[in-house]
Design a protein around this ligand. Structure first.
Ligand code: GTP
Ligand code: MG
Length: 361
């Protein structure tokens, strides 16, 4: 496929042609383009996983060429673990083998949704349709026991280039697409699971002196939680704007949160104007014990209920809901002047400013 789609450099072709001649072959040994290890070339087998990149006008591809031999099955797993599509090659003379089953099963375990079964070496069975159909049937039988969503069967000759890139003239009975066209048109967009969270653990961090175990890795998908940045006063709108200007950071950020112990509520619109696709939240304001009821009511109504919402805030949070007349409970070092929406002393309940603000909202 690399050869036929002209994805190999001239000098590589010349090198492989020369090695093929040295081995006494009449035609070019295509396996050499992916078999890089000396042992592989000498023994004519694939051991390692070889990644080759190529592009057609329709798609970008990464081929992971993996070994077929039993001893190297784990290398096949490595190659398959990141694949969207698996190509299973079957020798037309031999049909479905133990390794065909093993590899197909691994592909289905790894939830590769698309399998292309290439029935290869059709040149050695006179391009016979009956042989092809018989192998398709054999494969269908094993596939019915696995969870494979989408299977394609293509009769090919890798050596002669039949149905690899170009449609074969030797198999007019096959009307479907050649391999490359199939690869270019398989629908893979909906295969990615963006809903379930996945976190492949790459290392476990242990502390020496205690039971701590930390897990490190990269979140693969499914995390819908996003970060709300800043959470401070309206006097520094430049800070969240500068973070959102960083495109690498921006994609993880839902928006910015604010309080109004400093600055002007109208400045929040600056953040919206700079990043209209991001959310704003008003996440904290408390009502002080020592201020006048009517002043507090007016200020909170004007600045938050009206001001924050007019300046793009999706929420306005007043805290806290209730305390007793000693402003308890609160944690050590916590606010000693914060008046709850309600003061509750035994059966006596007093409604404070925040209660009416919340009622207004
Ligand atoms: N006649 C014929 N020979 C083929 C065809 N495809 C591959 N071969 C030959 O089969 C032999 C093995 O080919 P490889 O490409 O090394 O096979 P492979 O599946 O990569 O093998 P491993 O990676 O070692 O499991 C080589 O001699 C190829 O020339 C084909 O379509 N027709
Ligand atoms: Mg190989």
């Amino acid at each position: 496929m690399l050869y036929d789609s002209k994805s190999i450099f001239e000098d590589q072709i010349v090198a492989v042609e020369n090695s093929s001649k040295k081995k006494g072959l009449n035609s070019i040994d295509l396996a050499m383009f992916t078999d890089g290890l000396r042992d592989e070339r000498e023994q004519g087998i694939t051991i390692d996983v070889a990644y080759r990149y190529f592009t057609t006008p329709k798609r970008k591809f990464i081929i992971a060429d993996t070994p077929g031999h039993l001893q190297y099955t784990r290398n096949m797993v490595t190659g398959a673990s990141t694949a969207n599509v698996a190509i299973v090659l079957i020798d037309a003379r031999k049909g479905v083998l133990e390794q065909t089953k093993r590899h197909s099963y691994i592909a289905s375990l790894l939830q590769i949704s698309h399998i292309i079964v290439c029935i290869n070496k059709m040149d050695l069975v006179n391009y016979n349709e009956i042989v092809f159909n018989r192998i398709v049937k054999e494969y269908e039988e094993i596939a019915s026991k696995m969870m494979i969503k989408d299977i394609h069967y293509i009769p090919i000759s890798a050596l002669c280039g039949d149905n690899v890139v170009e449609r074969s003239r030797n198999m007019n009975w096959y009307q479907d697409s050649p391999l490359l066209h199939t690869l270019e048109t398989i629908q893979i967009i909906s295969d990615t699971n963006k809903i379930d969270a996945r976190f492949p653990v790459q290392t476990v961090i242990r502390a020496k002196n205690n039971d701590f175990r930390g897990y490190a890795g990269r979140i693969a998908d499914g995390i819908s939680t996003k970060i709300i940045i800043y959470d401070h006063n309206a006097d520094r709108t430049d800070y969240p704007i500068s973070i959102l200007n960083d495109l690498d950071a921006k994609k993880y950020i839902d928006g910015s949160a604010f309080h109004l112990y400093g600055g002007n509520i109208n400045d929040l619109t600056k953040v919206h104007t700079a990043h209209p696709d991001k959310n704003l939240y008003f996440t904290e304001q408390w009502v002080g014990l020592n201020e006048k009821f009517e002043d507090n009511l007016k200020w909170h109504t004007r600045e938050l209920i009206i001001g924050a919402t007019r300046n793009w805030c999706k929420t306005v949070l007043e805290w806290n809901l209730a305390a007793d007349s000693n402003l308890e409970p609160h944690t050590n070092g916590g606010c000693t002047e914060c008046l709850g929406a309600l003061t509750i002393d035994g059966n006596t309940v007093t409604k404070n400013v925040a209660y009416y603000i919340i009622a207004h909202a």
